[in-house]
Design a protein around this ligand. Structure first.
Ligand SMILES: Nc1ncnc2c1ncn2[C@@H]1O[C@H](COP(=O)(O)OP(=O)(O)OP(=O)(O)O)[C@@H](O)[C@H]1O
Ligand SMILES: [Mg+2]
Length: 274
């Protein structure tokens, strides 16, 4: 994605402003303006403005409690902002529910909550594909009825590497495979923008590279725009076109991975390196 956005970290130096707006000049798929969330007296997400250009893979990093999940909850519609807006291709999503946002193309992983343990992986995926297009339910008559949903489901399972486990009950899947199914369900919704919150969390050490390969494949196959929260810095470095740093709810740095990770401010404030 050469040529899009800043090549270096925004706002280096000691007079760093508290709020960094990123890629503000590129045509945005997903955009926030002054997004703010307060609970009681605490500011959880603090005036976050960004614009993610199409096809970019942006990782959001920051210390525990920085507000990363809260920011994703604002994007997906789980939380209502105290102030600010969320836009998808210029359309204001702020008043919309999570499901309405998903239908518009903003998909977030379900963190296993949408998996039906008593159904097979293929049945789970097919339901997710059908749910993405509610109008098609009228044409669905029993298993395999909606061919497009079935094809999408099979493709999603193939993409995440679960194709051989079509007939396995979700309850019987190992944890790593459940996380893959979670990603497959997300893909079944045919999102334009994927929000991945710590996709490797809880995945065993030997499964982490497998999950990262799956994410890489999703990226390569469909060229999706992705926003990912992740603590594993190697993964962030390998996968990302851009890295955004959130601290105390505010965006404090944004740029190419090498530049952000070499930034002395980021290294001392987040990476814990002097
Ligand atoms: N529903 C809520 N009610 C009150 N406070 C909340 C709520 N959700 C989050 N918070 C607070 O907001 C702050 C940011 O939490 P958040 O989960 O967004 O951080 P995070 O960056 O995702 O952290 P981690 O890296 O540990 O996942 C924390 O102080 C948390 O306690
Ligand atoms: Mg979190």
């Amino acid at each position: 994605m050469a040529g899009i956005g800043p090549a270096a970290v925004a706002s280096m130096g000691t007079d760093r402003p508290a709020h960094v707006a990123f890629d503000a000049d590129a045509p945005a798929v997903l955009e926030t303006r002054g997004l703010t969330l307060r609970f009681g007296g605490a500011t959880i997400v603090d005036d976050v403005s960004f614009a993610v250009p199409e096809g970019l893979f942006v990782s959001v990093i920051g210390p525990n409690g920085a507000g990363k999940t809260s920011l994703f909850n604002l994007l997906s519609g789980l939380y209502r902002p105290t102030a600010g807006r969320v836009l998808l291709r210029g359309a204001d999503l702020t008043p919309l529910s999570p499901s309405a946002r998903a239908r518009r193309g903003l998909g977030r992983s379900f963190q296993l909550t949408a998996i039906f343990p008593g159904l097979t992986t293929l049945e789970n995926a097919r339901l997710a594909a059908q749910a993405a297009r509610p109008g098609n339910f009228a044409f669905w008559r029993g298993a395999g009825g909606d061919r497009r949903a079935t094809e999408r489901a099979a493709w999603a399972l193939e993409t995440v590497g679960l194709r051989g486990k079509d007939a396995v009950l979700a309850a019987a899947l190992a944890h790593g495979d459940k996380r893959k199914l979670d990603l497959a369900l997300l893909l079944c919704g045919e999102p334009e923008v994927l929000l991945l919150d710590e996709p490797t969390a809880g995945v065993s050490a030997e499964e982490v590279p497998v999950m990262l390969d799956v994410i890489r494949r999703i990226r390569r196959v469909e060229g999706k725009t992705v926003l990912m929260v992740e603590h594993k810095m190697e993964a962030v470095h390998d996968l990302s076109d851009r890295v955004a740093v959130l601290a105390n709810g505010a965006l404090v740095a944004y740029g190419a991975p090498d530049a952000v990770m070499a930034d002395p401010f980021v290294r001392s404030a987040y990476l814990g390196v002097a």
